[in-house]
Design a protein around this ligand. Structure first.
Ligand code: HEM
Length: 409
């Protein structure tokens, strides 16, 4: 399995906006000038005719930057609908809770949420998450050096999900391949669609089997879930399982990379954390505020509405800038500084309101277990001084492509 993960290059999961290192100065300028900004596509080179770039949208498009207005949009999901996700994500994933509005969303989320409660997760920590982390670290702990993205953060969450789903060990390699191909959608749409179909065919007999003979895993939980006499049908389960790949694998591999990057580039804070693990919780929250793995989400205005003094027409596309909200200076002192000693308050990296990330407790647990293991097992961990300028990049999804490190073995 390691071979497969290492054979894939994380940079394949390309960003159509190119190699953006630091979008934050532009986001801050935009937030200060217009907390709700109408995007003028006349000034942007869009990809009309070029299938690799987004085409000019038919409706008005806005971006929302301030913490206050981002929260307002995400809280009011009657006015700001999630249905726009159906056009892109829906084709690949199927009809998922991400694209549902109320009351369908509330009802459906109630069915799947049972498996993601913090208490339920405790049973996965030692046997699944810590075991996965230790297996990966075993592969390089004796070497004195590693490239932590390829050898650690990239393969880590997909293996956790495979175990949580209770997939047979001999299937891990193909599951990982389909997962990586599905989330590399911007690199190859046809391949992503083929993987989406392959995943459905693969899950079908497993779901059948878990319905008749449930065991202690997430697919069994979903197959058995019942609320007010309703259950999930097969297509709903397949869609949810596919959603876990972009929602639960891509975000977490990136946030774990961002966490390690933040610590490695702030060695004094890494040492403070190594010495006092009670700082772990706020270090994770500060990482999520400072460098969220996902910078933008979207909504569609379901009616004419006034937002931040701007008249927004029904049908408008709303880009919601989680990254700009997390660095809003009216909310955070010195927002561009990574500081694990601050109280990051309510960052927006997991969204807000009814669609608040369902996997946030799992994501936090994975980041904590990963950081604990590396701090415990790799003494004197530091960036490789001969390494090739590792940095976080991306405009929609953000994380480092490489993290070359050395340590005492
Ligand atoms: C640091 C890691 C993660 C980040 C930053 C993150 C971020 C987000 C955000 C911003 C949303 C809201 C999207 C919207 O409102 O349009 C969301 C929703 C969701 N996330 Fe996460 N996520 C992470 C990890 C996970 C994990 C590990 C899982 C599951 C294994 C997961 C499952 C979901 C699901 C199912 C939804 C849809 C919830 C709904 O629509 O009601 N996420 N996530």
């Amino acid at each position: 399995m390691t071979d497969l993960a290492e054979a894939y290059d994380p940079s394949e999961i390309a960003d159509v906006f190119g190699d953006v290192r630091d979008p934050y100065p532009d986001l801050a300028n935009a937030r200060r000038a217009n907390p709700v900004e109408r995007i003028d596509f006349g000034e942007l080179a869009m990809g009309d005719g070029d299938p690799n770039l987004p085409a000019t949208p038919a409706h008005d498009t806005y971006t929302v930057y301030s913490h206050e207005l981002v929260q307002r949009v995400l809280l009011d999901n009657e006015t700001f609908s999630s249905s726009g996700y159906a056009e892109i994500m829906g084709v690949l994933m199927g009809h998922t809770i991400l694209e549902m509005d109320e009351p369908e969303h509330r009802h459906h989320r109630g069915l799947v949420a049972q498996a993601f409660r913090e208490k339920t997760l405790a049973r996965w920590e030692a046997d699944l998450v810590r075991a996965t982390v230790d297996e990966l670290v075993d592969n390089f702990a004796g070497a004195g050096h590693a490239e932590l993205v390829r050898q650690f953060t990239f393969p880590f969450p997909v293996r956790v999900i495979a175990r949580i789903l209770g997939l047979p060990k001999e299937d891990y390699v193909k599951f990982q391949r389909w997962s990586i191909e599905l989330i590399s959608v911007t690199a190859n749409w046809e391949r992503a669609l083929a993987s989406s179909n392959a995943l459905r065919d693969y899950f079908k007999p497993i779901v059948d089997q878990r319905r008749s003979d449930p065991s202690d895993d997430l697919i069994s939980d979903l197959a058995q879930a019942e609320l007010d006499g309703n259950t999930l049908d097969d297509e709903e389960i397949f869609a949810f399982l596919r959603l876990l790949l972009p929602a639960g694998v891509e975000t977490t591999y990136r946030s774990t990379g961002n966490f390690l990057y933040a610590l490695l580039t702030h060695p004094e804070q890494m040492e403070a954390l190594r010495a006092d693990r009670s700082l772990m919780k706020q270090a994770i929250e500060e990482t999520l505020r400072w460098e969220p793995p996902l910078l933008f989400i979207t909504r569609t205005a379901a009616r004419d509405v006034e937002l931040g003094g701007v008249a927004v027409k029904a049908g408008s596309q709303m880009g919601v800038s989680l990254g700009a909200a997390n660095r809003d200076e009216s909310r955070y002192r010195d927002p561009d500084t990574f500081d694990i000693f601050r109280d990051p308050g309510q960052h927006i990296s997991f969204g807000f309101g009814p669609h608040l990330c369902l996997g946030m407790h799992l994501a936090r647990m994975e980041m904590r277990v990963a950081a604990d293991a590396l701090l415990d097992r790799l003494p004197n961990l530091r960036l490789d001084p001969a390494g090739d300028d590792p940095h976080i990049h991306g405009m929609i999804f953000r994380s480092p492509n490489r993290l070359p490190v050395v340590f005492d073995s």
